[in-house]
Design a protein around this ligand. Structure first.
Ligand SMILES: [Zn+2]
Length: 50
């Protein structure tokens, strides 16, 4: 069972019971990192691109 990281309150609900989702998530060994529809995922992960 992988851990899913996804933005809460995104414009569309994310699929968290499989490795595939509409957002084309980045799948790691233990993590499925979803992409925010409004491209704010860099903020959700606590880092900003500067
Ligand atoms: Zn997703």
């Amino acid at each position: 069972m992988k851990t899913h990281i996804y933005p809460v309150d995104d414009l569309k609900p994310h699929t968290t019971d499989s490795d595939t989702c509409w957002c084309n998530p980045c799948v790691d060994d233990e993590l499925v990192i979803h992409n925010a529809m409004d491209e704010r995922e860099t903020y959700e992960q606590g880092r900003k691109l500067q």
